[in-house]
Design a protein around this ligand. Structure first.
Ligand code: HEM
Length: 151
């Protein structure tokens, strides 16, 4: 991720923190903003296709493809769709395991995390998701870095 993108993601994060720290009226506004992210992403069909392209990109990426050796790829793809749909306000339930539990044995690094973000950006570009919208989703994923990176 380049410096501009990182600063955009950080800006998104501060906005999310600012919204999270306010009264119920603003909490309602935040819920609406979240649902608008699901809409702006293109709803479930685009999320499904984007996650599929994301998996293809990760499995072709020499930096991180080895981490998926022996994984149930169909399950990971299905759980990612649920997770992105839920995070963006699409009303899905995430039925996968907690992020920390899933990733702790993989001994992932910050470089692995950055590679994953780049692959997700490629998949979102491929599916015509606007850069602003991409950054809103990335801002929701950024806090998961501390649950997935363990070394
Ligand atoms: C924001 C960061 C991340 C998110 C949201 C995420 C999300 C997920 C989800 C939803 C699953 C499936 C959980 C389940 O089966 O119940 C999963 C599994 C997996 N993730 Fe991630 N992940 C992240 C970071 C990473 C990174 C950085 C890597 C490696 C570069 C990675 C590699 C894997 C692998 C290999 C599995 C399969 C584990 C197994 O089946 O034992 N993930 N991830």
């Amino acid at each position: 991720m380049n410096t501009r993108k990182i600063s955009q993601v950080l800006a998104g994060l501060s906005l999310a923190c600012a919204l999270g720290a306010t009264a119920p009226v603003q909490a309602e506004a935040q819920a609406q903003a979240d649902a608008s992210l699901f809409h702006d992403l293109g709803g479930l069909p685009v999320i499904r296709q984007t996650v599929h392209d994301f998996m293809v990109a990760m499995l072709a990426d020499p930096r991180i493809r080895h981490t998926f050796d022996g994984a149930n790829l169909k399950r990971v793809e299905d759980k990612l769709v649920e997770q992105f749909c839920m995070l963006s306000g699409g009303g899905c339930d995430y039925t996968g395991d907690p992020m920390k539990e899933v990733h702790q044995g993989l001994k992932l690094t910050n470089a692995d995390f950055n590679a994953l973000v780049e692959d997700l950006q490629l998949a979102m570009d491929k599916n015509g998701i606007a850069s602003r919208t991409q950054n809103r989703l990335l801002a929701l994923l950024a806090p998961m870095q501390r649950d997935t990176v363990t070394r």
